[in-house]
Design a protein around this ligand. Structure first.
Ligand code: CAA
Length: 242
């Protein structure tokens, strides 16, 4: 039987994050979904699932520390973290602003650091923890028009392998999942002709489903998963075999 442990999923009210929240809830975890801005979607998600939602910007260091402390006080120590929150600001380098570079680094990569600072020390002290960072195929392979996103996601993969080494002795595993193109709002925002060309290159012949990423998270956060650490699980329909 799965223990009732507290799991925080960033960017948990929509897209891949919401599927992760539901899958962890089905495993008996006490799930808290963080979200950044879309109150209407978050409240609808909370109503539909009974999962509590907490609004803050994971790119904001102090806000992350404060909110995680509040969650721990209200529902118990945070044993599982899924760093899923991420944004795109696509554009070719010669048109990309510094703000578009910085915002993606601040949220996608900085969010992982902020969440780890807020929760890893406690996991280490208690001798058990699971951190799963959502990277991307585009962090592994690069992508035209995404120097910011590819750099941040690639950074997530390095962050994962470094923190995994620090957590190993203390029962804390740190792993990454590298999704390919998944059927979410983020991918729907890719111009249709560009997306068609991308899908044509996916051997499985379709976009992935958010639930297909969530299943990987369930495995990596399981009680029995203690020997899996520092790994990257690619879930991409065979688009990039790494
Ligand atoms: N390789 C080579 N050339 C490419 C290219 C590619 N992959 N994509 C576009 N180009 C070329 C075009 O053919 C075009 O060339 P010509 O002018 O000679 O015809 C030129 O680049 C400009 O293309 P656009 O008209 O599209 O230029 P734009 O400035 O309007 O837009 C872009 C550029 C923002 C990069 C746009 O093409 C785009 O949004 N691409 C999709 C990027 C992408 O895949 N993002 C993933 C988002 S989902 C996600 O990130 C989730 C995840 O983790 C997987």
């Amino acid at each position: 039987m799965t223990m009732t442990r507290v799991a925080v999923v960033t960017g948990g009210s929509r897209g891949i994050g919401s599927a992760i929240c539901k899958a962890l809830q089905a495993e008996g975890r006490t799930v808290i979904a963080n979200y950044a801005g879309n109150d209407a979607r978050a409240l609808a998600f909370a109503e539909e699932t009974g999962i509590k939602v907490h609004r803050w910007d994971v790119g904001d260091h102090e806000a992350t520390i404060e909110n995680c402390a509040r969650i721990a006080q209200d529902v118990g120590p945070i044993d599982i973290v899924v760093n899923n929150a991420g944004v795109t600001r696509d554009g070719v380098l010669h048109k990309m602003s510094f703000e578009d570079w910085n915002e993606v680094m601040r949220i996608n990569l900085g969010g992982c650091f902020n969440m780890a600072k807020a929760t890893f020390p406690g996991m280490r002290e208690r001798g058990w923890g699971r951190i799963v960072n959502i990277g991307s195929i585009n962090g592994q392979a690069g992508q035209y028009g995404q120097v910011n996103y590819a750099a941040a996601k690639s950074g997530i993969h390095g962050f994962t392998k470094a923190l995994a080494q620090e957590g190993a002795k203390f029962g804390v595993t740190v792993n990454a999942i590298a999704p390919g193109y998944i059927d979410t709002d983020m991918v729907a925002a890719v111009p249709a002709p560009v997306l068609e060309k991308i899908v044509a290159k996916i051997p499985v012949g379709r976009l992935g489903q958010a639930e297909e990423i969530a299943r990987g998270v369930v495995f990596l956060t399981s009680e029995a998963g203690g020997f899996v650490t520092g790994s990257t699980m690619s879930i991409n329909g065979g688009q990039h075999m790494y």
